[in-house]
Design a protein around this ligand. Sequence first.
Ligand code: ACO
Length: 324
Amino acid sequence: TPFSRITGTGSYLPPRRVTNDDLAKDLATRGIETSDQWIVERTGIHARHFAAPDVCSSDLGLEAAKHALEAAGRKASDVDLIIVATSTPDMVFPSSAAILQHKLGIAGCPAFDVQAVCSGFVYALTVADAMIRTGTARCALVIGAEVFSRILDFNDRTTCVLFGDGAGAVVLEASDEPGILASDLHADGKHVGILCVPGHVSGGNVLGTPLLHMDGQAVFKLAVRVLEEAARATLAKAGKTDADIDWLIPHQANIRIMEGTAKKLKLPREKLVVTVHEHGNTSAASIPLALDEAVRSGKVKKGETLMLEGVGGGFTWGAVLLNL
Ligand code: ACO
């Protein structure tokens, strides 16, 4: 079995849905002004979901994983690899993947987190694909799970309106048919300052700020450029062209970045899968959340060719081309 293929998708959103108006009202109590109109015009976001304070990434990821296993017709005991992409882990250590493994009621298989911020899911999928193709695993759970609400600075209106919580998952299995066709991953640490949570734990205290900092315009400019490059490189590796893409499922950060990328790939707007309006930016969870919604709504069908692409803090970026 020389290939890996997605056999099931799942997702989960915490129940509390917060509209732009809800958020604007809440920020007003802190003397901070924003509006539904500003948020919609600049980002395309209408609402996002926030997890309850005692709910962690592994809890959201667990629900998404159960749905993906059910869709794949697999039991938890079939899983022989768990990779969780997250930048908001339950603890400093152990990994959220190890915690999730136990919540799933299994033990023994390798489980680890991948930390590539909003590119986390394409990184994790690429690692799982490589482990399946080398025979290290046959049935992997690849999960993106985040509680970004925990690291938002609600005194900074330029960032706190952009993000949400949630999780998405896929079951990736060894297959005789090609699934993952090619991928292309990158990082450039010189851009660390434009998108980061600079705090760290030291001597029982947090040193530096543990809240998200972003230079939105710098991120925007870099994102549009590198997303096109990664998509083109991935197509070239797979021997495919723009015309072979049935659906573009980009990281859901900002509708303007997503539409800009679709345009550069000469894809009509209808081929762009969009969930940012209802989810906000859920970082590593956004791509598998969008994929699962598109599959469950019947929009994206088995056999179709999907371009997944992510960009985020690091700076990191990458793309995966696959046959569903
Ligand atoms: N409500 C009302 N006004 C606001 C808000 C707000 N929430 N936030 C900023 N403003 C104001 C600013 O103060 C500024 O006012 P001024 O002109 O009086 O100074 C004005 O709106 C314009 O601000 P800009 O920062 O220039 O707005 P811009 O058009 O660049 O949009 C945004 C900001 C949405 C953050 C944009 O830069 C962006 O989307 N960048 C990419 C961010 C992104 O996608 N990040 C995630 C990718 S990686 C990852 O997912 C981790």
